[in-house]
Design a protein around this ligand. Sequence first.
Ligand code: 6CS
Ligand code: FE
Length: 301
Amino acid sequence: DDLTRPQETGDRYHTRVSREPAFIERVEPTVWGDPGSAGMFGAQELAAHSRDGFVQVPDLLTGDEVAFHQAELDRLANDPAVRADERCVIEKSSDEVRSIFEVHRISAAVARLVRDERVLSRARQILGSDVYLHQSRINYKPGFGGGGFYWHSDFETWHAEDGMPTPRAVSCSISLTDNHPYNGCLMIMPGSHRTFVSCVGETPADYYRTSLTEQEIGTPDPDSITAMADRHGIAMMTGRAGSATWFDSNCLHGSGDNITPYSRSNIFLVFNSVENACVEPFYAPKPRPEYIGARDVTPVR
Ligand code: 6CS
Ligand code: FE
């Protein structure tokens, strides 16, 4: 019976196997590098990341760079070959592009950004090792109805479906539009990264085909979300275009739909430590495709 598997494997972060949700305290650190490590994060920013599970970097990109990348995003979304590619996810309720995965292999501009010292040095400082890209994507969230993302922890999905052993991964979301409280910005529960919320419900086969437009399995139950929100509060990641939010893989986060006229797009890069390479999925029949969860751990240099 599958319900015995966590006990058999000794996996701490069991999920999608029990009939009851659970809170499991994290044992791993959040910042793996030492506080004074070389890179573009200062010691105070690393301390904030460790405490809150996220840190914002205003104006990581210049205005010219924002305009350049914005043009690249428009070009990709309007390219028929990209739209026809399996890596392109279309909104459920419109024919607009929601996400493009593995975008560093589609766009040379994004590939350069991954190696940019403003990005790469910070990823290394947090993870304390060489790093590789577990996932890259553009999220579009256009005005007049761009769809949100329900509350979840990325690590819950990456552990269950991609076989990521521990939460030693970090996401960098670089926004190419202004983020207001009202146009579907990212919301994070500060400090939630220290608790793993074990979810109820088994992973269906090929679940990525639906979860990328609307996730249900791997999202916490309402009582767990309420308890976490009561405990931690909810912070909104607002800021100017060109700003970046770095957030830990186990943050409880989500975002609402965007019914304003103001689109909200970002480039989303997920770095994993080379010492945390993915194995077989912990709670799913088989690994997701490589364009969603990389299996190649060649370090970014
Ligand atoms: O599937 C992923 O890797 C990411 N996307 C969703 C909708 N949930 C988990 C994670 O953030
Ligand atoms: Fe997420």
